[in-house]
Design a protein around this ligand. Sequence first.
Ligand code: ADP
Ligand code: 5GP
Length: 215
Amino acid sequence: MQSRSFEKRRGIMLVLSSPSGAGKTTLTRRLLSEDSDVEMSVSATTRQPRPGEEDGKDYFFVSHERFKEMADDGQLLEHATVFENRYGTPKGPVLNALQQGKDVIFDIDWQGASQLVSSAPRDLVRIFILPPSVKALEERLRKRAQDSEETVQKRMAEAESEISRWDAYDYVLVNDDLEQTYSDLKAIVRAERSRRERRPGMSDFVRELMQERSS
Ligand code: ADP
Ligand code: 5GP
């Protein structure tokens, strides 16, 4: 069935940031599995894959040389160095998805989020995820069991500086109860989709409504 003019909308660039272990990946995966209008932006990185991670699905795992080439060639929407590795967002897939009216979700750090403010201010919705406590964050990093003890300690040391970036975001969620946080995330997405400036077909629809009334 053909969609009606009021249904047309501009896609959202949904950025989720948090200290490592606060729950971004868990929330993102769930939203992706339940909402077919949301696509994941798959980043390129120079870090080594963790057990179970797949090239092209979790990340594009690339060499330092290839990453530099992509950055120099303008193929990345943003890029940053995090934990001594380079991370960046390939531009092409994001622009394609937005053009098709899809929302794109980004798991990127505060440096990437602030670069996107200058390149795509209208489409950006930034959400910061906080852990309920430092103890819970450490337990979650251990429970994930993907990193060595040394890496867990490094991530805990970085957490404070990540957390201090919370006030540059549009929304802040404390991920204590996962169901509650996920429900809040969905509410944000629903509300942002209804913003007037993201509804390009609304003027036509309102005109049709007025005509209907006067005819
Ligand atoms: P991030 O992507 O932010 O690094 P993850 O989504 O990988 O974090 O979550 C880290 C660990 O914490 C995972 O094992 C995940 O299952 C767990 N987790 C996520 N949210 C919660 C929550 N609200 N309560 C308890 N454990 C959680
Ligand atoms: P991890 O190695 O745990 O997957 O990610 C480490 C950090 O890098 C996380 O804070 C994550 O949000 C960030 N990150 C992942 N991809 C990108 C990216 O493309 N750009 C930026 N700026 N940060 C990223």
